[in-house]
Design a protein around this ligand. Structure first.
Ligand code: NDP
Length: 287
């Protein structure tokens, strides 16, 4: 029997509909509309599309969004000034600085300048630290999307062996930490693999749940999957054949028990998590 598809689009729709109700309740109780400020520096076409989609998502669930467009030549001080202004603005609950930033700007300094209370991407060191300590203020969006697709499809995580391939600061590393925490949606035994892991297949074949966050099209092949495993494909690779994940979907379909498609898997859910974090920020700031 082919693997069950874990449908990220359907789950994203469901969570957006839950959020629409929660946002309306929040507005009724507080007299304030949750608001996200998006900051876009320069004209990178992919970044423009991402920001446009994120703002459309906000609109759909009733969150206000404002866009701050700055020219490619913006200096670090100019951007820091804008962030300081947004940090002070009581009408703004979440701040999103779209990456990548132009080379004259130090991204780390910018991400550290965003108030941790408005840091809906959860990139600020304080928020990373809280995640590591198991006391998150916000969960990073892509790892949260992976956790939600497992939890909401009743895939057991506790006691399972999760193998994460990829150790980036925005995906693999925080995900490995989150799934190894004590508590619901976690309690896994986690192995974190990367480009210096010898004989990767020897690790991936032990996975009850395999997460690929590598950035190489179809890198994970069918012989690397334990029959019956759950396979989560975070990868988004633009190829001549269109968007392709990090796993060889067609070949793995008959081997795995569950698998996420690309597109339509983790991508749409990642977008929803930004909305979840914006509502969380609004709740915390308006308490
Ligand atoms: P990075 O490039 O930051 O990290 C890639 C990781 O993969 C690194 O840890 C790297 O190891 C590891 N890796 C590379 N080659 C190999 C190899 N041959 N064997 C084992 N491990 C390897 O990528 P990101 O984490 O930012 O993104 C990963 C993928 O997920 C990309 O396709 C990206 O587009 C996608 N993505 C999707 C999102 C979504 O919303 N669905 C959101 C964010 C990312 P090392 O550390 O040793 O270099």
């Amino acid at each position: 029997m082919p693997a069950q598809l874990l449908d990220g689009n359907a789950l994203a729709r469901q969570i957006r509909s839950e959020l629409t109700t929660e946002v309306a309740e929040f507005i009724e109780n507080n007299g304030v509309v949750p608001a996200l400020a998006a900051v876009l520096v320069g004209g990178d076409p992919a970044s423009q599309v991402y920001v446009r989609n994120k703002r459309r998502d906000c609109e759909e669930v009733g969150i206000n969004s404002t866009l701050h467009r700055l020219p490619e030549t913006t200096t670090q001080d100019e951007l820091l000034n804008l962030i300081a202004r947004l940090n002070r603005d009581d009408a703004i609950h979440g701040i999103l600085v779209q990456l990548p930033l132009p080379p004259q700007i130090d991204s780390r300094a910018i991400l550290e300048a965003v108030s941790p209370n408005k840091d809906v991407d959860a990139f600020h060191p304080e928020n990373v630290g809280l995640v590591v300590q198991g006391q998150p203020r916000f969960l990073p969006c892509t790892p949260a999307a992976v956790q939600q697709i497992l939890v909401r499809n009743n895939v057991s995580i506790a006691g399972q062996h999760v193998v994460v391939v990829g150790r980036s600061d925005i995906v693999g590393k925080p995900l490995a930490i989150m799934l190894a925490q004590r508590g619901p949606g976690a309690d896994a035994t986690v192995t974190l693999c990367h480009s210096r892991t010898p004989d990767l297949g020897a690790f991936t074949r032990q996975a009850d749940i395999l997460v690929a966050a590598i950035g190489k099209p179809k890198f994970i092949t069918a012989d690397m999957i334990r029959p019956g495993a759950t396979v989560i494909d975070v990868g988004i690779n633009r190829t001549d054949a269109g968007l392709v994940g990090d796993v060889d979907f067609e070949a793995i379909l008959p081997v795995a028990s569950r698998i996420t498609p690309v597109p339509g898997g983790i991508g749409p859910l990642t977008r929803v998590m930004l909305l979840v974090n914006t509502l969380t920020a609004a709740r915390q700031l308006e308490m």
